[in-house]
Ligand binder design. Structure first.
Ligand code: COA
Length: 340
């Protein structure tokens, strides 16, 4: 079989870029069916500078005979992206890759992964750490593929979905009603107030080590107000709502939670980070934050029909809060690592 791998520059609306993202989406649809998450070029191009990442896109073309057998045109059969971090853990890189469902199990995934591993090694990266999602508890083909390529499992996450809307009565019943002399919740839509940023940087720093990281050593991330501004307050196709909890006696922010709506999935929101500083845990702040943020999401984006969240399977407290809110399991995500 003849094949070749090219690097591409992703461009919104570019025909090749759309084919590239189309392979990711076809592989995802084959796994998840109609409810598959949809990736867009627009989102990928937005994420990299806001997260201080250097991303490179690759595509693998196979010989005409192979393409005809799969019924495709002159399109790539496998696609990948390497992700190098420009701040924190710069020697640890990510790789995400997908093989079109009509072309799987022909070695294309292996060829492309080996190419990405080689490039990352040449670029000075010491290891790869990334994840693969599956509706199947075993992790399906991605698990077999990762093990076949010498990756080790570092952590498993459970994904859970909450159907919206959650009624006002249910939210009122769950709301822990914080003592306003001790804690107040504040909410911001699509950008964070300037006066939050210093405290928010400390919360982001703690988030990088306090959430379970599994069987891998990662350095604490360095955050300052400017980095928070770059990630959250620069124009983006990703919509976000954040709630924070303020400790009234000190005036400091001691917890936060975020929900985002990605351009490819305008009806399914994604719960991203949640953290309460250790010193303030045990006061129902996590539940208060989640209730407030869900209320804001429902008010601002009434067309959203579900929220998806991921939690390390060891994170029993967060999973318990999510179950009280009505989240139900929908799949699993495994993190894999390999020293280069
Ligand atoms: C995982 C994936 C990339 C594998 O690509 P592929 O081109 O089909 O894989 P290869 O043909 O190179 O397989 C290499 C080895 O992986 C293992 N493997 C791959 N798919 C497998 C499957 N469905 N069942 C069992 N083993 C499998 C086998 O050991 C295989 O070697 P073999 O065919 O000689 O037995 C592809 O299934 C895919 O795109 N899945 C959806 C997206 C995804 O999960 N991406 C990975 C995370 S970002």
């Amino acid at each position: 079989m003849k094949w070749r791998i090219d690097e591409l520059t992703l461009v919104p609306g570019g025909p090749l870029s759309e084919q590239w993202v189309g392979v990711h989406n076809a592989a995802s649809r084959a796994l998840w069916g109609e409810g598959a998450p949809v990736l867009t070029v627009e989102e990928l191009l937005d994420i990299a500078p806001r997260r201080a990442e250097h991303r490179r896109a690759f595509a693998l073309w196979a010989s005409e005979g192979d393409l005809l057998a799969g019924g495709g045109g002159d399109a790539p059969v496998a696609v990948a992206q390497t992700i190098q971090h420009e701040r924190d853990n710069t020697e640890t890189a990510g790789v995400s890759h997908s093989v079109h469902p009509d072309h799987q199990r022909r070695g294309h995934g292996s060829r492309l992964l080996e190419h990405c591993e080689w490039l990352l090694r040449e670029a000075g990266c010491a290891r790869i750490h990334d994840h693969a999602d599956s509706p199947d508890e075993s992790g399906g083909s991605a698990t077999a593929f990762a093990l076949a390529h010498g990756y080790r499992l570092t952590q498993t996450h459970v994904s859970q979905d909450l159907s919206l809307p959650v009624s006002g009565e249910t939210l009122a019943a769950l709301d822990p009603r914080l003592d306003p002399a001790a804690y107040v919740v504040e909410t911001a839509v699509d950008a964070l107030p300037e006066e939050w940023l210093e405290d928010r940087a400390l919360l982001a720093r703690r988030m990088s080590t306090d959430a379970p990281t599994g069987d891998i050593d990662l350095d604490e991330q360095e955050w300052d107000a400017e980095r928070v501004r770059q990630q959250w307050n620069t124009p983006s196709p990703i919509w976000a709502v954040e709630s924070v909890v303020r400790h009234v006696p000190s005036g400091r922010l001691v917890g936060f939670t975020d929900i985002v709506v990605r351009p490819g999935d305008p009806r399914r929101a994604v719960q991203t980070d949640t953290l309460v500083l250790r010193e303030h845990r045990g006061n129902a702040l996590g539940l208060a934050l989640k209730v407030a943020n869900l209320r804001a999401l429902q008010r601002e984006k009434p067309d959203v029909t579900a929220v998806r969240t991921w939690n390390a399977d060891t994170n029993v407290h967060m999973i318990a809060i999510n179950e009280r809110l009505g989240f139900r399991p929908t799949g699993w995500s495994r993190e894999w690592a390999k020293d280069l």
